[in-house]
Design a protein around this ligand. Structure first.
Ligand code: ATP
Length: 171
């Protein structure tokens, strides 16, 4: 072991494949694939009780994720987006590991499919009370909205009539 390697180790990771760009290693994995593996400066994740911002040096934590948009990139610059449908995030030693049920980069998202899923969920919520599983419909709506917001940003909310508990984020 020499001192050069120790520098990377102190930052919590040492992986050239993640590329340059920041002191945090962001990894987003689903049961079937690795969606993203990149060095970044900041990450904003949709935790169950609200958005959680993570910068280098963040204390270790584990939190549950709601369906939503994950933002990442450089501090003080426009962030990149990806959709997550729920799961967990673990932060430790400048590594942000997102274990998602499903996650998609904007270019992977089938917009027509997400719009159809949104329309189905909205219709179910309009019929709430008639044997509709409201919680399930709201979760489906949030997943669809997350996908549309990952592609279009918050403009995606403009045509939505009902958004359960959603807040807009300045990007
Ligand atoms: P749908 O009703 O359209 O299936 P869903 O929210 O129920 O949507 P999920 O169960 O979250 O779908 O995802 C199942 C799989 O399909 C996952 O691999 C997910 O990445 C993928 N997926 C779902 N919707 C889209 C979409 N609009 N574009 C691309 N991939 C999608």
């Amino acid at each position: 072991m020499n001192g050069e390697a120790g520098d990377s180790d102190r930052r919590g990771f040492n992986d050239a494949s993640a590329g340059e760009g920041g002191r945090l290693l962001l990894e987003v994995v689903t049961p079937t694939r690795t969606v993203l593996r990149r060095r970044v400066e900041s990450v904003l994740v949709p935790a169950l009780d609200g958005y959680l911002g993570i910068l280098a040096g963040h204390a270790p934590l584990v939190a549950g994720l709601a369906p939503g948009v994950l933002y990442y990139g450089r501090r003080h610059e426009k962030k990149q987006r990806l959709a997550v449908s729920g799961g967990f995030v673990e932060v430790a030693q400048n590594r942000v590991l997102v274990l998602a049920d499903a996650a998609e980069l904007p270019e992977e998202i089938d917009v027509a499919r997400a719009q159809a899923a949104l329309a189905r969920a909205e219709e179910r919520l309009r019929r709430a009370g008639e044997q509709v599983d409201v919680v399930r419909a709201e979760l489906a709506m949030r997943r669809a909205l997350a996908r549309l917001r990952a592609v279009y940003g918050d403009r995606a909310l403009d045509r939505v009539t009902y958004v359960p508990g959603e807040e807009r984020l300045a990007e």
